[in-house]
Design a protein around this ligand. Structure first.
Ligand code: GLC
Ligand code: CA
Length: 562
């Protein structure tokens, strides 16, 4: 397998709005991030993935971009960005930019031109269709954030496509001018010295021209068949690779909902000249009761099965990205662990062990390294996220589900769970801002905050430091092959990694009861690299709730020589 710096890196995801506010307006900003770089250096991460910081009217918190070459006013100036980049580089930290090019904001100048007349040179930058004879939208597709995926535009009396909100019109990638402009813009950022791109819903950029009705999924038809992994997506990515990516020493990760291992081997293959890796969502995005919405706890047996398949089927062929949460997902300790005071820290460490010992590039979402939890929402007015607010209105308004039945789904899955401010200390607003935060701080910040955890060697924060340091020291963690151990069903996840005769065993308990695990003979006497509780790892091991450990055995040849 080819070695690469991005295979050996650990990435930290920053949601700038909620990370650190430097000027007291309640909104995180670039200068705030710069002021916390030493914290990230202490953690030991190599790369920051910066969620969108471009100019935006913020219909979807920056995922609706009105100018790709300007900074969102609330976040600061281009000088602030240059300073952040320089200070990060000084500390050996690279910066990967979010690239949102499936759609723009409806306030982007291309769209303003496009909607102005059918003859405008920018008309074909977006996807316009006539309505049906009765004036209804061109087909039955629903948008990800509710409503129809088509918006009628009075000026030219046609509909435009928006797979997300109506303020996020989809770009027409079949137009070579669109591709040229995007590649130019990417080159402009690369020339500035940025270190890569995380590509927003990049599997949706190529749409089938016909656009037939989709299968009804909840309230609307699905656009999936026509828009996800569409006919030219690989051609366009190869063109992007040739014209931009291959010219720089950068890393790329594509956000690809509904990707299969087979498709991932194409998107992120060792030799396919597209991307370095993709985010797949199979392990965290099951079938909900109402679209994505459900209040059911995820199945651990399913998680094991899916992660194992991705580990095996990509090995040596493509590269995995590793994550259990991000800015679009609830907090992982609340979802897969146990966020009650007795088990929060230990289960957060267990989940981290489970993920960081796998093959692939790990992504830490801000606050995860502290074991931050979901927010105890009590009222719909506390939500800020367009997806959550629209879903509540639409699903409850439709009469399919009552407010009482939908509410637990919001608590379990709302994206706002991940978007509450970073908890820096036990002072006012958790040290995030001196003003009024744009979204409420989780009331548990007095117990859970960076300052306290940095001072406590036993904290979740220091556990993450150790995990990151181990990955740097043991190539087996990065490059080893993977084998699932059959045991435990819903309660135990154990696997081995192997590299040139060296072996690693990882055992994680996912339950709040004791259980036993029989140590395989080949790991008797192995070194314990890390564990979240004290124990003796020999013979039949009794694991306490949420216990996790990793044992390392040198190659047997080496052992005999000793
Ligand atoms: C991606 C982003 C999400 C955003 C959506 C539309 O899924 O991660 O936050 O809302 O794309 O850009
Ligand atoms: Ca601010």
């Amino acid at each position: 397998m080819k070695r690469a710096w991005w295979k050996e890196a650990v990435v930290y995801q920053i949601y700038p709005r909620s990370f650190m506010d430097s000027n007291g307006d309640g909104i995180g900003d670039l200068a705030g991030i710069t002021s916390r770089l030493d914290y990230l250096r202490c953690l030991g991460i190599d790369v920051i993935w910066l969620c969108p910081i471009y100019r935006s009217p913020n219909d979807d918190n920056g995922y609706d971009i009105s100018d790709y070459r300007a900074i969102m006013e609330e976040f600061g100036t281009m000088e602030d960005f240059d300073e952040l980049l320089e200070q990060a580089h000084k500390r050996g930290i690279r910066i990967v930019m979010d690239l949102v090019v499936n759609h723009t904001s409806d306030e982007h100048k291309w769209f303003i031109e496009s909607r102005s007349s059918k003859e405008n040179p920018y008309r074909d930058y977006y996807i316009w269709r006539e309505g049906k004879e009765d004036g209804a939208p061109p087909n039955n597709w629903g948008a990800c954030f509710g409503g129809s995926a088509w918006e009628y535009d009075e000026a030219t009396q046609m509909y435009y496509l928006h797979l997300f909100s109506k303020k996020q019109p989809d770009l027409n990638w079949d137009n070579p001018n669109v591709r040229r402009e995007i590649f130019d813009m990417m080159t402009w950022w690369c020339e500035k010295g940025i270190d890569g791109f995380r590509m927003d819903v990049i599997c949706m950029i190529s749409k089938r021209r016909e656009m037939p009705d989709g299968e009804i999924d909840g309230l609307y038809g699905s656009f999936h068949e026509s828009c996800v992994n569409g006919p030219n997506v690989h051609t366009y990515l190869q063109e992007m690779n040739e014209k931009v990516l291959s010219r720089y020493d950068i890393m790329t990760v594509g956000e690809t909902p509904d990707v299969t291992t087979e498709l991932a081997r194409q998107y992120a293959g060792e030799d396919t000249r597209e991307l370095n890796m993709v985010f797949q969502f199979e392990h965290i995005e099951g079938e909900g009761k109402y679209g994505k919405w459900t209040d059911e706890k995820p199945s651990i047996a399913r998680l094991k099965r899916i992660l194992s398949r991705w580990q095996k089927e990509l090995y040596g062929k493509a590269w995995n990205s590793l994550f259990l949460n991000n800015h679009d997902q609830p907090r992982m300790v609340s979802r897969f662990g146990n966020d009650t005071p007795a088990y929060r820290a230990v289960s957060a460490k267990m989940l981290a062990t489970c993920l960081h010992m796998l093959g692939g590039t790990p992504y830490i979402y801000q606050g995860e390294e502290l074991g931050m939890t979901n927010y105890p929402f009590t009222d719909i007015s506390q939500f800020r996220d367009i997806e959550s607010i629209n879903a509540y209105r639409e699903w409850c308004g439709s009469g399919i589900v009552t407010k009482e039945a939908f509410w637990p789904c919001l608590l379990e899955k709302s994206r706002d769970n991940a978007r509450t401010p970073m908890q820096w200390d036990d002072g006012e607003n958790a040290g995030f801002t001196t003003g009024e935060p744009w979204i409420a701080v989780n009331p548990n910040y007095r117990e859970i905050n960076a300052k306290a955890q940095m001072a406590d060697q036993d904290s979740v924060f220091h556990y993450y430091r150790k995990l990151i340091a181990l990955r740097k020291k043991y190539p087996i963690i990065v490059y080893g092959s993977y084998e699932l151990l059959a045991c435990g069903g819903e309660t135990l996840y154990a696997y081995t990694r192997t590299l040139e005769g060296e072996k690693l065993l990882v055992v994680c308990s996912f339950c709040d009861r004791e259980q036993t695990f029989d140590l395989p003979a080949e790991f008797e006497g192995a070194d314990c690299l890390i564990s979240n509780l004290e124990n003796r790892y020999a013979g039949r091991v009794t694991l306490r709730p949420y216990e996790a450990f990793a044992l390392y055995q040198m190659g047997s040849g080496l052992r005999q020589d000793l």
